[in-house]
Design a protein around this ligand. Structure first.
Ligand SMILES: C[S@@+](CC[C@H](N)C(=O)[O-])C[C@H]1O[C@@H](n2cnc3c(N)ncnc32)[C@H](O)[C@@H]1O
Length: 270
């Protein structure tokens, strides 16, 4: 009997999210999530700097919050350049970043063209709405966000190009060894003092990860892939890359899903 061809995690994600982009967006927007609280925390740390003496992580269990997507009030001139990996439709993550006056530029990367089509229309809608509300010539969100359709594993950037890298519910779709490679590259792409906001699966998974055809009303024809080292090993991997782990919190999200939320910093800078 012929065996099914091997499909890489990236190939599985491309198909799954192309086929279910709208369903995923509807699912996401109908549920509370920790995205905005952690993005708020990220920008706050980036503007104020890490509390002195923090070099160890805090692991605690908290629950997903329902905080809505308002960006922090403007503070003295910042023009952060942010790379977002696996941005999806950008709701609420990319929109939050793009609306922030602290952020100058967002490079939003995803492997799924359908997800990026949704992002493009959200950015256009949001720009029109903002312009109408304030009747002023706001910087267009469309201009602020550069959309890139790519496998994050294929990206190449110069060193020290970004002030922050954000990856929400996306690195989880890579195999463990790929996650490690990605984190090493992210470390190089960040400038000294740059920040990483990322979440991982909250428990260690079986070797080889899992392929699940039943996620998000999917079918066996377009399963998704998940993998993760578990909280302790993930922190070790991050530290081995050179990161200072400032925040490491296991959060119970909806539907019994548990994620490790991390804010980490590349030493150096101001
Ligand atoms: C669970 S969704 C999360 C989307 C968004 N970040 C959010 O918070 O809702 C995962 C996203 O990662 C993208 N993705 C998965 N593997 C990828 C890869 N290798 N390169 C780029 N994007 C990837 C998927 O296409 C999908 O849009």
């Amino acid at each position: 009997m012929a065996t099914a061809p091997y499909l890489s995690p990236s190939t599985l994600s491309r198909t799954a999210y192309n086929n279910h982009a709208q369903t995923y967006l509807d699912w996401t927007t109908a549920r509370p999530s920790s995205r905005v609280p952690y993005l708020t925390r990220l920008l706050s740390l980036m503007t104020s700097g890490p509390p002195s003496g923090i070099r160890t992580s805090n692991v605690s269990n908290t629950s997903a919050s329902t905080t809505t997507a308002t960006s922090p009030a403007p503070s003295p001139a910042h023009d952060f350049r942010v790379l977002e990996l696996g941005c999806g439709a950008g709701v609420p993550g990319t929109l939050f970043l793009a609306r922030s006056p602290l952020v100058q530029h967002v490079k939003a990367v995803d492997i799924s063209a359908a997800q990026l089509d949704l992002l493009q229309s959200k950015l256009t809608e949001d720009t029109l709405q903002t312009d109408n509300e304030h009747n002023i010539n706001t910087t267009s969100l469309v201009d602020k966000v550069q959309i890139l359709e790519a496998d994050m594993l294929d990206l190449t950037f110069n060193n020290s190009m970004f002030d922050a890298v954000v990856a929400l519910f996306s690195i989880v779709h890579l195999a463990r060894r790929e996650q490690k490679v990605m984190l090493e590259r992210v470390y190089a792409w960040l400038g000294g003092g740059g920040y990483l906001l990322v979440n991982f699966v909250g428990t260690e998974m079986e070797d080889g990860g899992i392929v699940d055809g039943t996620w998000l009303e999917g079918s066996e024809a377009d399963p998704a892939f998940w993998d993760g080292f578990g909280p302790e090993r993930t922190k070790t991997v991050l530290r081995d890359c050179g990161f200072e782990v400032l925040v490491a919190e296991v959060v119970d999200e909806v539907d019994d899903a548990r994620f490790l939320w991390v804010v980490a910093r590349k030493p150096g800078g101001k």
